[in-house]
Design a protein around this ligand. Sequence first.
Ligand SMILES: C[S@@+](CC[C@H](N)C(=O)[O-])C[C@H]1O[C@@H](n2cnc3c(N)ncnc32)[C@H](O)[C@@H]1O
Length: 134
Amino acid sequence: MSLRKAARAYIASSGVGDRCKLLADDFFESVPGNADAYLLKAVLHDWYDPEATRILKTIRAAGRDDSLLLIIEQIIEPPNQGPEGKFSDLNMLVAAGGRERTRAEWDDLLRAGGFELRRVHPAHSVAVLEAAAI
Ligand SMILES: C[S@@+](CC[C@H](N)C(=O)[O-])C[C@H]1O[C@@H](n2cnc3c(N)ncnc32)[C@H](O)[C@@H]1O
């Protein structure tokens, strides 16, 4: 079964098929426009800053000034705290050519992509970063 068919079947079996639209796109080129919110989970950590900035700029260009951007990712903690983010950073380095980021690095990356980090909601080993357009 193709990934697209599998995704359709999973969405239908989850009972949310009537309020989901499945779209294929290249996030370096375009994403659906005019959304209330955009959600990226475990996407930006696959990329170094230049590519991650391009993804954010695509979303910024497609979204409205009041669109919300939600990012679910790790946040690297200060030295000698929270080993998970550091191990994942190493894993992203060798496996994906990407990286985890500190709170300050998320601030900088989001700003470069046209967003401002508003709030961070800790959620177990990851965090939900809430950003708004600048
Ligand atoms: C690490 S996976 C995360 C998937 C999912 N969000 C999750 O948390 O399980 C990264 C995702 O980025 C998608 N991706 C990679 N390059 C892409 C591109 N140029 N445009 C759109 N999606 C892309 C991959 O297909 C993959 O689904």
